[in-house]
Design a binder for this molecule. Structure first.
Ligand SMILES: O=C(O)COP(=O)(O)O
Ligand SMILES: [Mg+2]
Length: 228
């Protein structure tokens, strides 16, 4: 079997630079609560564990202890606003489409495994004209578990018609390295995403600073695996 047959991507901060629209939606709900906006620089690193966590982290900055009901309400408002503005400013990272073309020509198939909700992920990728690239697009609600639970990655690969033993994960943050490690899958970290812990410290198998480096990183892992 050719390795890897399946390349699984994280979405926010890996495929698409979604921070501007996510932070705008966060600041929209904070403003409605009479709270000050969170600057982009600090808010970027709050992304990665889903909408609810983003709201909780945004509230914590202000030292506010919100009730479960408040967080529920704000998360719902956030999602409503975000769904209507999901691709206002979000764009694929430079070089993504060329990298996918290159890998597809080498026989790779692609899937998305994100802690975003599935319908929001599909809506975003639809609006950017990218959905057709992926054999499966799975989110935190698809199988009822989020990264780093290995089940979400295993099920994503199964849904894409792939084999977990011939898979590579690509991501920008702790949940991505964690899910890959727990599922026994090699992982490529991207340095341009959103994370509070620098991705290098999480020791992915390969690091890339631009999407143009992805095909070579995949190839490097292919060689490492075939020599093992
Ligand atoms: O939206 C989030 O917080 C997480 O999304 P990701 O798993 O695609 O990075
Ligand atoms: Mg991410």
């Amino acid at each position: 079997m050719t390795f890897p047959r399946t390349v699984v991507f994280d979405l926010d901060g890996t495929l698409v630079d979604t921070a501007p629209d996510l932070i705008a939606a966060l600041n929209f709900v904070l403003a409605r609560e009479g709270l000050p906006p969170i600057p982009m620089k600090s808010a970027r690193n709050m992304i990665g564990a889903g909408a609810r966590k983003l709201i909780e982290r945004g509230l914590e900055v202000d030292g506010r202890v919100a009730s479960v009901e408040d967080v529920n309400r704000l998360t719902k408002d956030f999602i409503d606003y975000y769904a209507d503005h999901i691709a206002d400013a979000s764009r694929p990272f430079e070089g993504l489409e060329t990298a996918l073309d290159d890998l597809a020509a080498q026989g790779c198939r692609f899937a998305v495994c994100t802690n975003k909700l599935e319908w929001l992920s599909k809506r975003l990728l639809d609006q950017l004209g990218l959905s057709g690239r992926f054999a499966a697009i799975c989110g935190a609600d698809t199988f009822g578990v989020s990264k780093p639970d290995p089940i979400i990655l295993q099920q994503t690969v199964a849904r894409a018609g792939g084999d977990i033993g011939a898979t590579i994960m690509v991501g920008d943050a702790g949940p991505d390295v964690g899910v890959a490690r727990r599922a026994g899958v090699p992982v490529i970290g991207v340095e341009f995403g959103y994370t509070d812990v620098p991705i290098a410290e999480l020791k992915p198998d390969r690091l890339i600073g631009h999407m143009r480096e992805l095909p070579a990183a995949v190839d490097g892992l292919r060689k490492a695996v075939s020599q093992a």
